[in-house]
Write a protein that binds this ligand. Structure first.
Ligand SMILES: Nc1ncnc2c1ncn2[C@@H]1O[C@H](COP(=O)(O)OP(=O)(O)OP(=O)(O)O)[C@@H](O)[C@H]1O
Ligand SMILES: [Mg+2]
Length: 330
């Protein structure tokens, strides 16, 4: 299920600045009911800061944060309808998985048999059936994060906050966890704000992505919008692979899959020599030395037979975007 048209979470003109001047400024974002929105940006750009202001672990300096239209900005974390999962160290090591999961439900005075029933159903959802009696140190990193997500989901939050929950896991498990999170999210229709610095992860799981740069939002859009029409040179270079080619005052940006390679030099075209050919599964990564610059092209394997390292070729750009010197889209 995609996000609906009702706003679940709203951040309005919010500032959170630390004493040293770091932080985030003038942040505004609407997250719709059932939507998964990802904050994406390099280390230090302010992703965790924003997530903590939503969860109530940081107080804001300016603006407001509302859920279902009601301000939560002055509520302590436990009074907010949110739950947060951190990058690591989420579970209480001295408690069994059952005790970890039951803790929040006991505080809410939910009857014992009801707690056991809910935990069993939730463990099934996160594919951890039968792990009640184990302790966190008997589980792998991926399994622990599943339990951490299960624990926050058991609290039935209106908004789930996930701060790089998979970043400590190896690539294969991470992919698997992404798929599972997507499935759980569409089954429960829960609203999620997800944080990552991994652009591929953001593209894979999000309804919309917020690309951040130094405490500010550069662009908010669907993965397709951001990939196809980056609003700035910064976004263009942060998401996916991109060639930049100087043309007059401006920079033309072309994705490698939109660079066509044609054998032989041609007047008035961009000419070059094939430097490397790397077969990456179903597609091939070809680097072409064009004067001082290297242009990268992705071609299907079937087109490779005509090309070899050292070949003189020219390239044609398909779909492209143009940016001015200050990095804004032209
Ligand atoms: N408690 C704090 N006191 C002062 N500065 C802080 C504090 N926490 C974070 N910062 C600074 O605020 C900026 C944003 O930090 P934040 O943790 O939100 O970044 P992030 O995008 O989550 O980075 P990462 O990807 O490394 O987790 C950084 O420059 C950081 O050094
Ligand atoms: Mg962080």
């Amino acid at each position: 299920m995609k996000g609906s048209n009702t706003i679940k979470l709203q951040i309005a003109n919010m500032d959170k600045v630390y004493d040293n001047g770091d932080g985030v400024r003038d942040i505004s974002l609407d997250v719709y009911n059932g939507e998964l929105v990802t904050m994406l940006g390099p280390s230090g750009c302010g992703k965790t800061t924003i997530l903590r202001t939503i969860g109530g672990f940081l107080t804001i300096d300016k603006g407001d944060i509302t859920i279902d239209g009601k301000s939560i900005a002055n509520l302590p974390p436990e009074k907010r309808p949110t739950a947060m999962v951190f990058q690591s160290y989420n579970l209480w090591p001295h408690m069994s998985i059952y005790e970890n999961l039951a803790f929040g439900l006991k505080l809410r005075k939910i009857p014992k048999d009801e707690i056991a029933r809910r935990i069993e159903a939730m463990l099934e959802m996160v594919k951890m059936t039968g792990s009640q009696k184990k302790y966190p140190n008997q589980l792998s990193g991926g399994q622990q994060q599943r339990i951490a997500i299960a624990r926050s989901l058991l609290l039935q939050p209106e908004v789930l906050l996930l701060d790089e929950p998979f970043s400590a896991l190896d690539a294969k498990i991470r992919m698997q966890m992404r798929e599972e999170l997507k499935k759980i999210q569409s089954e429960l229709g829960i609203t999620i704000v997800f944080v990552t610095h991994d652009q591929e992860e953001a593209m894979a799981i999000s309804h919309r992505i917020v690309v951040m740069n130094k405490g500010k939002f550069e662009q908010i859009g669907t993965p397709t919008e951001i990939y196809d029409n980056p609003a700035s040179k910064y976004v263009a270079s942060f998401i996916g692979e991109m060639n930049f080619w100087k043309q007059g005052e401006n920079l033309t940006a072309v994705r490698p899959e939109n660079v066509k390679i044609i054998p032989g030099f041609q007047d008035a075209a961009i000419n070059g020599t094939i430097r490397t050919i790397m077969i990456l599964g179903h597609y091939v990564d070809v680097n072409i030395q064009c004067g001082e610059e290297v242009i990268k092209s992705f071609i299907p394997r079937t087109e490779l037979t005509a090309l070899d390292v050292g070949d003189k070729v020219h390239v044609e750009f398909g779909k492209s975007n143009v940016f001015s010197q200050d990095g804004s889209a032209v």
